[in-house]
Ligand binder design. Structure first.
Ligand code: G
Ligand code: G
Ligand code: MN
Length: 398
C-alpha cells in the first residue's frame, strides 16, 4: 500500500452512503488515512468551520438533495476553503464542466471532475494531479491595490517583467517569451497583475506601467542576445491603451535604444471595451505591423476577442484562450472550439498558440490539432529574466 498520503486529510461529501463508502475505501487504498465523510453540504460546512486543520482534498457530489453541489461550492468559497476539490456527478458532462467553471470563478482550487461510477483508477489519476508539496492556494484576496500605492510603485520602479517561454511544438525550439508584469512589493510581498492591472487601467496609469515593463523587457531581450539567446518578447497591451497615435514610434524608439529588432517584438492585444472609436487602435496596430512588430490576438474566443476583431485587425498570431485548452481533453464542447479556432488561425495563415498547457495530454492534443506554439506550466511557469538561459539549457521537449 502507498503510505505517501498518510498525513493528508480527505473529506468526502455525498448523500449516497454506499457511494461514500466506496470513495472512502478507494482513498484508503491510495494510502489516505485521515478520511472524513459527510452526507450533506450543510454537515460538511459546519465541520469545515469547526476544524482548525482543513482537509487537503475534498471530493464532492454535485447532485444532493437540500444543498446542491453548486450552492455548496459557493459556500466553500465564502468560508475561504483553500484545499483541492474533485467534483463528482452522475449527470451529464456539460453540467459537470459548467460547475467546474463556476468553481474556478470563485477561485476554488478544482483538480477536475469525475463521472459516476468512479473507478479507483480514475480517482487515482485525478489525485495524482495534486502536488502535496504545493502550498494550499490562498483564497481570493480581498486586498486591492490603491491608485496611490500603484503610483508610488511606479515612481520607485518596483514593477518588473517576468517571462514565460513559448515553444515551437514540432521542434521544441524556444521561440519567445511572454512578458508578465510582477510587483514585488516591499511590504506586501509579490502582487499579481490581476490586482494592479485593472486599477492601473481605470486610473490612467497603464501607459506608464506598459512603458516601464516594455523598457525593461527589451533590455532583457538584448542581454539574452548577448548570451546567444535570440528570442521574441511578447508584451501584453489592452486595446484601451492604444489611444496615442505615436505609440508605434514610441515602441520603435525603445527598441532601438535597447538594440532589439522590431521582428523580435510581439504585442499581445486583448479586448476593447471602448469600441466606439476603433479607428485609432486600428491605425496604431496597422502601423505597428508596417514597422515589423508582431501582433497577437490574446485570449481568443472570450470577451471581446472575437471573430470581428480577427477580421478587422492585422493580427499575425492567434492565442486560443486557455479555458478551451484546459477543457479540451475531457470536454467535447471545449475541444470543438479549440479545434475550430486552430483551423481558423491556420486558414488565415496565422501562427497559432495554445496557452495554459498543464499536462502531457494537453501537449499531445494541441500537437495533434496542429498548433504551432505551446505555452503553460507544463513547459514552464513565468520566471525572472535572468533565470531563462539556465531554463533553456535544461529544457527538453517532450
Ligand atoms: O500572470 P498572470 O497572472 O501572470 O497575468 C494575469 C493577466 O494580466 C493576464 O491576462 C495578462 O495578460 C495580464 N498582464 C500581465 N502583465 C501585463 C502587462 O504588462 N500589461 C497588461 N496590459 N496586462 C498584463
Ligand atoms: O491573458 P493572458 O493570456 O495574458 O494570461 C496569461 C496568464 O495565464 C498569466 O496569469 C499566466 O501566469 C497564466 N498561465 C500561464 N500558463 C498557465 C498554465 O499552464 N496554467 C494556468 N492555470 N495559468 C497559466
Ligand atoms: Mn497574454
Amino acid at each position: 500500500m502507498n503510505r505517501e498520503h498518510g498525513a493528508h486529510r480527505a473529506l468526502v461529501v455525498d448523500d449516497d452512503e454506499f457511494m461514500l463508502k466506496i470513495l472512502a475505501r478507494t482513498l484508503e487504498s491510495l494510502g489516505y488515512q485521515a478520511i472524513a465523510t459527510c452526507t450533506s453540504g450543510a454537515e460538511a460546512l459546519s465541520r469545515l468551520k469547526r476544524e482548525t486543520e482543513p482537509p487537503h482534498i475534498l471530493l464532492c457530489d454535485l447532485s444532493m438533495p437540500e444543498m446542491d453541489g453548486v450552492e455548496f461550492l459557493r459556500k466553500l468559497a465564502e468560508i475561504g476553503y483553500g484545499g483541492a476539490i474533485v467534483l463528482i456527478s452522475g449527470l451529464d458532462k456539460r453540467i459537470l464542466s459548467t460547475a467546474e467553471t463556476l468553481a474556478r470563478g470563485h477561485r476554488l482550487h478544482i483538480l477536475g471532475h469525475l463521472e459516476k461510477p468512479v473507478t479507483p483508477n480514475q480517482l487515482k489519476t485525478m489525485l495524482a494531479r495534486w502536488q502535496p508539496r504545493d502550498e494550499p492556494r490562498a483564497p481570493a484576496s480581498a486586498e486591492s491595490c490603491t491608485v496611490d500605492e500603484i503610483r508610488a510603485g511606479l515612481v520607485q520602479g518596483q514593477f518588473v517583467p517576468w517571462f514565460q517561454p513559448k515553444v515551437e511544438i514540432v521542434t521544441g525550439w524556444v521561440a519567445g517569451a511572454e512578458v508578465l508584469a510582477r510587483w514585488p512589493h516591499p511590504a506586501r510581498g509579490m502582487i499579481a497583475p490581476d490586482c494592479f492591472i485593472p486599477a492601473a487601467e481605470q486610473h490612467g496609469l497603464i501607459g506608464q506601467l506598459t512603458e516601464t515593463i516594455l523598457t525593461q523587457s527589451l533590455r532583457q531581450a538584448q542581454a539574452w542576445r548577448e548570451q546567444g539567446i535570440d528570442i521574441k518578447v511578447a508584451i501584453n497591451v489592452s486595446m484601451d491603451e492604444l489611444v496615442q497615435l505615436d505609440f508605434p514610434e514610441q515602441v520603435l524608439e525603445l527598441a532601438q535604444a535597447a538594440g532589439v529588432k522590431p521582428f523580435n517584438i510581439i504585442l499581445e492585444v486583448t479586448e476593447s471595451r471602448l469600441s466606439n472609436n476603433a479607428l485609432i487602435p486600428l491605425d496604431i496596430l496597422t502601423r505597428l505591423r508596417l514597422k515589423g512588430i508582431g501582433l497577437s490576438i490574446d485570449d481568443f474566443g472570450t470577451g471581446y476577442s472575437t471573430l470581428t476583431q480577427l477580421k478587422n485587425f492585422p493580427f499575425d498570431e492567434l492565442k486560443v484562450d486557455q479555458s478551451f485548452v484546459r477543457g479540451a481533453v475531457q470536454d467535447p464542447a471545449a475541444r470543438a472550439i479549440l479545434e475550430s479556432a486552430v483551423n481558423l488561425g491556420k486558414k488565415l495563415s496565422m501562427r497559432v498558440v495554445a496557452e495554459g498547457i498543464e499536462t502531457k495530454e494537453q501537449w499531445d492534443l494541441v500537437a495533434a490539432l496542429g498548433c504551432d506554439i505551446a505555452q503553460g506550466y507544463f513547459i514552464a511557469k513565468p520566471m525572472p529574466g535572468p533565470d531563462l538561459p539556465a531554463w533553456i539549457k535544461a529544457w527538453k521537449a517532450p
